[in-house]
Ligand binder design. Structure first.
Ligand code: FCB
Length: 471
C-alpha cells in the first residue's frame, strides 16, 4: 500500500466460517532466507551465495551469510512458532549443507542441524513440513551446467534420497521443489535470480529438468518410504490471468500467460503431457522441452498434495500500449496491465478474489488436494514507541486471503491448509532485507524477534477457528 492509501483499521480476530477444525495452519520459511551460518559445519556455496556477490544483483549487495541467524537460534525460533499456535512449520533443507558440493555422501553435521530442529518441533507438537529445494543449488552443479543440464535432475534425486533416508523416520510431509517457475524463468531467462543467466531456450530446458528431477526424486522417496506414512508433493507459484477486454488478442495473451505460468507445470505433473499450444508457443520462440522417452511417466508420479503459493492475480492485454499486437521480434504481445488496485510494498496488486478463482480452477482441471504453502505480503512496517508493530495492512491481506480460501472450500475446492509467508522477516532474494514479509519482525542489528499485530491476529484467529479455549 503506498503512502496515499489510508491504513485499514485493525481487524478483531474471529473464527473463520467454513474452515474445519482439522484445517492445517502453518508458517513458512526457507533455508537461505533465514539460516545464515553460510560457511559453517561443512556447508559449501550455493548459486545464491555466488549471485549475491555479483555487483548490482541484490539491493545494497546484501546476502544470506547471517540472515536471521536461525542456525544458532533453533530452540528460540521453535518457541516462537509454538507461541503462534500453528500446527505445521514449513521449512527447506539447504542442499549444500546436507550434501556439500552437490555430490557424494551426506554431511553429518548438516543433518544434525535439521534433526535438532525437527526434534524441537516434535517436542512442541508441531508437524515439520520439508521442502527439499528452495533455490539453493550447489554451485558446483551450476558450474556443470545447472538446471538446463539433464544431469542436474539425477543429482537432485540422489540428494532427495539421501535426505529422506536420514530424516524420513521423523518427517511425513515432503515437498520436492519450491516454485520451479522461479528457478527456471527468473534464474535462466530474466536473470534477476541466481544464477542470473538470460537465455530463454535454456530456461525452458530448466523447466523440463526441474520437473524430471521432481519425478525422479518422488520415485526414490516413495520407494524408500515403503509403508511409512508419507505425504509427498510439489509447490508451484500460481496466479490467475484475466483478459483486459474480451478481444481475441487479450484472450490469447491470457492463454499464453496461463500456458507458460501454470499449464506447462500442472499438465505434465497431473496429466502426464505437455500442453500442445504451449509447445507450439515455445517453438515460435526458438525453444523446446528436451523430453526423452519415459520422462513424462516419471514426471506424472502420484501427487498426494499440491502446494500453492499465491500472492497476486494479473490482468493481461495482447497489445502494446500503442495498440501493436507484435513486439520488436515479431512475437505476439503478452503484457501485464496495471490496475488501480491497492498494492503491497512489492508493488503486487492485492486480489484475494483471484485466490478463490484459482483454487476452484485447480479443483476443476487437476483435482489434487491443495495446501496454501505460501501467502502473505510485504509492507513498510513501522515500529511504535511501545515497540509494537501495528501492521493492519498485512493483517487485512492475510484475513482477506484466508476468507478467499474458505470461500473456495465452500464451493467445493479441496484445500486443506494455509501457511503464512513468512514466519519472520528475512532475506527476500534480489530485494535483500528491504522487503519485510514476516508476521514476526526481525531487528537485524540485535536479532530480536517481535510479534507484529498480524502475528497476534493470526494466532487468535487460528484458536477461534479451531474452537480451542484461550490459554
Ligand atoms: C516466493 C518465494 C519465497 C518468498 C516469497 C515472497 O516466490 O517462494 O521464498 O520470496 O515469494
Amino acid at each position: 500500500m503506498n503512502a496515499t492509501t489510508p491504513q485499514p483499521l485493525s481487524l478483531p480476530p474471529v473464527a473463520v466460517p467454513g474452515l474445519p477444525a482439522d484445517f492445517r495452519w502453518g508458517v513458512a520459511t526457507s533455508a537461505y532466507q533465514i539460516e545464515g551460518a553460510a560457511a559453517e559445519d561443512g556447508r559449501t556455496p550455493s548459486i545464491w551465495d555466488t549471485f549475491c556477490r555479483v555487483p548490482g544483483a541484490v539491493i545494497r549487495g546484501e546476502h544470506g551469510d547471517v540472515a536471521c541467524d536461525h542456525y544458532h537460534r533453533v530452540a528460540e525460533d521453535v518457541e516462537l512458532i509454538a507461541g503462534l499456535g500453528v500446527d505445521t512449520y514449513r521449512f527447506s533443507l539447504a542442499w549444500p549443507r546436507i550434501q556439500p558440493g552437490g555430490g557424494g555422501p551426506a554431511n553429518a553435521k548438516g543433518l544434525d542441524f535439521y534433526k535438532r530442529l525437527i526434534d524441537e518441533l516434535h517436542g512442541k507438537n508441531i508437524t515439520p513440513w520439508i521442502t527439499l529445494y528452495h533455490w539453493d543449488l550447489p554451485q558446483e552443479l551450476e558450474d556443470a551446467g545447472g538446471w538446463p543440464a539433464r544431469d542436474t535432475a539425477y543429482r537432485f534425486a540422489d540428494y532427495a534420497a539421501l535426505a529422506y533416508e536420514a530424516l524420513g523416520d521423523r518427517v511425513e510431509h515432503w515437498t520436492t521443489l519450491n516454485e520451479p517457475w522461479c528457478s527456471a524463468m527468473l534464474g535462466y531467462d530474466s536473470g534477476v535470480h541466481a544464477p542470473g543467466r538470460t537465455h530463454f531456450p535454456d530456461a525452458i530446458r530448466a523447466v523440463h529438468h526441474l520437473l524430471l528431477g521432481h519425478g525422479l526424486a518422488s520415485r526414490r522417496i516413495r520407494e524408500a518410504a515403503g509403508d511409512n506414512p508419507l505425504e509427498l508433493g510439489i509447490t508451484l507459484n500460481l496466479g490467475t490471468a484475466t483478459p483486459e477486454t474480451d478481444s481475441e488478442a487479450d484472450r490469447e495473451a491470457c492463454r499464453r500467460a496461463d500456458g507458460l505460468g501454470r499449464r506447462i507445470y500442472l499438465d505434465p505433473l497431473v496429466h502426464g503431457r505437455y500442453p500442445e499450444d504451449v509447445v507450439a508457443d515455445l517453438a515460435r520462440r526458438g525453444a523446446q522441452l528436451p523430453v526423452r522417452d519415459g520422462d513424462l511417466e516419471t514426471i506424472a508420479a502420484p501427487l498426494d498434495v499440491l502446494g500453492v503459493n499465491f500472492y497476486s492475480g494479473t490482468l493481461f492485454s495482447g497489445t502494446t500500449e500503442d495498440g501493436a499486437t507484435e513486439d520488436a521480434d515479431g512475437l505476439p504481445v503478452t503484457r501485464g496491465v496495471r490496475r488501480d488496485l491497492p498494492r503491497t510494498a512489492m508493488d503486487w496488486e492485492i486480489t484475494p478474489g483471484s485466490l478463490t478463482e484459482l483454487l476452484l480452477r485447480l479443483e476443476r482441471d487437476y483435482g489434487v488436494p491443495t495446501v496454501i504453502t505460501e501467502n502473505g505480503a510485504a509492507f513498510d512496517d513501522t515500529v511504535a514507541a511501545d515497540g509494537s508493530v501495528p501492521d493492519a495492512d498485512r493483517t487485512a491481506y492475510v484475513a482477506d486471503h484466508i476468507a478467499a480460501v474458505a470461500a473456495a472450500r465452500e464451493r467445493g475446492a479441496d484445500v486443506r491448509g494455509y501457511f503464512a509467508w513468512s514466519l519472520m522477516d528475512n532475506f527476500e532474494w534480489a530485494y535483500g532485507y528491504d522487503k519485510r514479509f514476516g508476521i514476526v519482525r526481525v531487528d537485524y542489528d540485535t536479532q530480536a524477534r517481535t510479534l507484529k499485530d498480524s502475528a497476534k491476529w493470526y494466532r487468535d484467529t487460528i484458536r477461534l477457528t479451531r474452537g480451542t479455549p484461550a490459554p
